[in-house]
Design a protein. Sequence first.
Length: 95
Amino acid sequence: MADWSPFWYRGLVTGKGNYEKETEEELDRILKYYRGKRVVIGHTIAPQVQATYNGKVIMIDVKHYNVKNSGKTFGLLVEDGKEYVINDLGEKSDL
């Protein structure tokens, strides 16, 4: 993939460095092209698992702690079509 494809471009998460923050209109064009409703993004650290762009982008690449079962490591759980943030203790909350 090219550096500027939607698969590698970090402009949906950050506007720093070589990346210009994408507009929601550009995101809508990308989603339409790929016939998607939302995109889940890793590979770019975010402060927490969160949805942006009115729920169309879900950022999941967060810092993972060394202590297992601490409740400090988080991920995304999709269950019955609904998105949750879940920690390493199995506790979940609405995204």
